[in-house]
Design a protein. Sequence first.
Length: 414
Amino acid sequence: MLSKNSVPVFFVLVAFPLVINAACRQSFMTICDTFDDFKNYKNTQNVKELIIGSETGSAKSSVNLMETLKLEKFQLSTLIIIGSINQLEMTYHYECLYASSPLKYLSLYGNELKRIERYHFPLIPLKTFSLVNNKIESIQAEALKHNDAETLDLSDNFLQTIEYSSLPLTRTTKVIAIRNNKLTHIEPNSFPSSLLSLHLDNNNLWHLQDGVLGDLDKLQELTLSHNKFKEIPDVRHLKQLVIFDMSHNEIKFVEKWAFKQMENLQLVDLSNNVIASHFILKWLDVPNKQPTLTISLAFNRLRDLDLANLPLQNKTFILYGNPWNCSKWNELKSALRGHETKCDMAFLANERYPYCINYTPGVYRFEGLWENDIDKFHEAVQKNDNLAECGLAVAKYQVLNPVHFFCTFIKDTS
């Protein structure tokens, strides 16, 4: 099954009403159970969209993509290989052979590739190159350096390290997704300067070396959610950022000037961290030139916010899930009126859901005492979240798509 965080590519739900021969079937695409079935197929030269593999799982084999599929001869525009390879053999790169290849979508899914080496894939200019869920543990230096692909998806594998020059470094690549791996280290200059969108969610990253993001001046989307960051990496030079997601980390503080020059920023998602300082909105010093800016601080440890002399125009805040001080909540709620989302207010205005703690003076002699109550508060919030009538989750983003939060209300049938 594809991960919900993977870049959606081109898997197609197909029916098999017309059987051409015993092994290959023709529907919206040509479907062959094995590479041998395709080799024996009588109409190979006319196939444009091909799936190799079966729902029940076919025998995996060692494959040389060039010799097996004759990609320089056929007119394939889409090739999907599912659960059919346990090892890739060396092929040859002669770039001039494939410069005019019609193949634009190449996906290997559910195979056992383990290690990607140089000459495993021919140099074909692709729109989408997907290697999702192939048990990849490592990519050799220069293995994909010269591969032209607008979108590269390496999600749902077992990568721990990204070596310099192991990924495409051409000026073609716009989107790279390496979600749901085991990344702990990325070498500097591993990403092409042409990149517009970088997704490194659900890994084990706690730090990015200087130079990892250094040349990405065109970057518009950066998502680092579900990692182990305790502080925000240096992103001050990423002036074209529109979307910045560091939700579900361990962030306590934000450097004051981190977003100072980001005039295009439309979303900062810092939800599900451990931010407790009431100065957080002043640290998020973002220019007021962008048309709209949504800041999510949901599910942190905030008890109050300092709004003094803080410009709020064109800003929307998502705040539910914080242990607000009940004695200050009404004042804060009034100051932020008009800057909340409909869904956020549905939680904060509903007595069924906990939204504040009564920090009675004299009761909390030690900070650790209210920290225990905050933990209990979060437990209660999470339980009630399952019963909620709307969702605060961030919508899925892709380059050039509108930035928004979704809020789906469920009709009350009680």
